[in-house]
Write a protein that binds this ligand. Structure first.
Ligand code: ADP
Ligand code: MG
Length: 292
């Protein structure tokens, strides 16, 4: 039977918006020595905004309408930002079909003229497209997320997307540090300049950031951390499911996160407040000491 102290801790945590799937998850969290966080939608709001749009041909509206047509088939926070940008400009998304996701890179699909792709610089490179064109080169100079679109090796355009740190993320991370968590890292599929920029605002140093990761890269780094002691992974996306499952404690952002992430996790964080996560960790430790 589950000790009364654990039952009461589970109920107190649930009251604060932290749902443990069982007493074992609470006990494991008490023993956790390191935390790995996904960036987009976990440490950031996950409600990014399109900030700059450049088309090779100069037809920004045509580019955005076509990209929004592709992104209509995606659940990624970036896709939502692109659809909103098109809507705000009164643009109807161009009809597309056969769209599928390429995890941590972007999308491929078709419009009436043929195959199309949209995604990060790595995907553009794999398609043989040069993103260092006179029109588009300036996009990459900042610390924002990049999305390009093209047909095979022909670039059509690119845009930048900016996301903000979650208001409570810096305090949540600081509280975990005060609680003696030795290693805290950000793992992201986004490019390094963006990751470093967000990390700096959260009090995470360059050596606490791993960028340009594929989903399996997140899993590999969680496994490496697990070799040094119990590790918790906090994430929100479909792409985070494997890392959530690999961690000793998988913690999914419940309110805005994906269903797949919730299923793979041991804990659901229903509150937007990262401070609740640190509080749940303190509660777990306190409870573990009581029942020893
Ligand atoms: P994170 O680890 O920060 O949550 P992802 O692994 O989901 O990010 O994505 C990594 C990168 O792949 C994004 O920064 C973006 O450049 C690109 N990407 C992913 N999905 C899409 C999409 N639907 N449209 C355009 N780009 C995408
Ligand atoms: Mg994410």
């Amino acid at each position: 039977s589950v000790p009364a102290a654990i039952l009461s801790a589970l109920s107190a945590a649930a009251h604060g918006g932290v749902l443990f799937k069982g007493g074992a998850a609470l006990e494991t969290l008490a023993a956790v020595q390191s935390f790995a966080f996904d960036k987009t939608g976990t440490l950031t709001t996950g409600r990014p905004e399109v900030t700059e749009i450049v088309a090779e041909s100069g037809d920004e509206a045509g580019f955005l309408a076509l990209l929004a047509g592709l992104e209509a088939h995606s659940e990624h926070p970036i896709a939502d930002a692109i659809r909103r940008a098109a809507l705000a400009r009164g643009l109807a998304p161009t009809p597309t079909h056969g769209v599928s996701a390429i995890p941590a890179e972007g999308l491929i699909g078709q419009d009436a003229l043929g195959p199309l792709w949209a995604g990060n610089p790595r995907l553009a490179a794999r398609m043989g497209a040069d993103i260092d064109t006179p029109a588009l080169r300036a996009l990459a100079s900042g610390a924002e997320t990049l999305v390009f679109m093209g047909r095979a090796d022909r670039l059509i355009g690119g845009l930048t997307v900016a996301d903000l740190p979650r208001a409570t993320a810096a305090a949540g991370i600081a509280a975990l540090r005060r609680a003696g968590i030795g290693r805290i890292v950000m793992l992201t599929g986004d490019r390094r300049p963006v990751a470093l920029h967000i990390a700096a605002e959260l009090g995470l140093g360059p050596d606490e950031v791993q960028a340009d990761l594929l989903p399996e890269g997140k899993v590999r780094l969680v496994a490496e951390m697990a070799a040094a002691g119990r590790v918790a992974f906090v994430g929100d996306g479909v792409n985070d499911a494997a890392a959530l499952a690999r961690a000793d404690v998988g913690i999914a952002m419940g309110a805005a996160g994906s269903e797949v992430a919730l299923q793979a996790a041991d804990v659901a964080l229903l509150s937007e407040d990262m401070g609740r996560l640190a509080a749940a960790h303190r509660l777990a430790r306190h409870t573990a000491r009581i029942i020893k």
